[in-house]
Design a binder for this molecule. Sequence first.
Ligand code: UFG
Length: 323
Amino acid sequence: MILVVGGAGYIGSHLVKELIKTKEVVVLDNLSTGFRSLVDNKALFVEGDIGNVEVLNRIFTEYKIEAVMHFAANSLVGESVKNPYKYYQNNVSSTLNLLNTMIRYNVTNFIFSSTAATYGIPDVDIIDESTSTNPINPYGKSKLMVEEILEDFSNAYSLNYVILRYFNAAGAHNSGDIGENHNPETHLIPIILRHLLGETESISVFGTDYNTEDGSCIRDYIHVTDLSSAHILALNALLDKKVERSTYNLGNGLGYSVKEVIKTCENVTKRKANVIETERRLGDPARLVASSTKIFDELGWKARYDLESIITSAWKWHSQNKL
Ligand code: UFG
């Protein structure tokens, strides 16, 4: 049995839908940002928080957990700058509780969702795993803290782990059954698509004075289905003892500016956006683009979907679901 914490959230629910094809899965989620309806009905579901020792004890006693996959975190850069306590509490303190419980029950395989935000403002154009980490917001710091805790737990308690540093997750499952739904929505692609569906008057480009080709921020957008396949490869590598502790970037290796993303959304949907250029948003680095060659070399993973397919899948989801 695999325990997926945060399996009712956007990325976790996509992973569960794939993982359930080969493994038994129990999902633990407090539904603070996730939705029960996103969890595949073949998975077991427990509503609860990873900070709650009793709930964890119950799960680890009741099921023979082989590995834990951790998606139960808050993940908004801007919010973390305004409310750092929430990020250190949920992302660090509650994760420590989860890890401590794993050690008590002798469960030693862990997959951790980390982020490109751990790199801060990198001094290279393409970020690989040896690029120094220097996060500039509490969200990135909270994820890096857990990465460091994992190293110490591995040394002291033989915990085996894979850290996956996602770049910008986007897109929806090809079944059309599940997709991205945050409330409030702060992510670029769903904001543009919901605007193009007529839900908002306009969209904003946050900053056009960055040191990039068109002045807007550049990000590496990765399809949520590609993230799922990376998780499954990483899980199998851990269970087969092919890796013991590893950190991998997950991105496309291609950077797109905010303005380019808007253009691609307009092309895919054949609709025109009403775009306003505004001030920079706090905590945003100018450019985040991944090298994912390490995970290709070691586990054979490669992103399969480009920006257009990401947006096409997201458009299908958003245009069919009133959120
Ligand atoms: N942006 C706009 N207008 C909007 C929303 C976003 O211009 O209405 C810009 C942002 O300023 C940023 C880019 O679009 O430059 C992407 O912003 P998102 O909010 O979609 O994503 P972030 O890059 O801020 O963060 C995301 C995840 C983080 C993760 C990071 C890694 O939310 O968890 O990707 O690159 F750390």
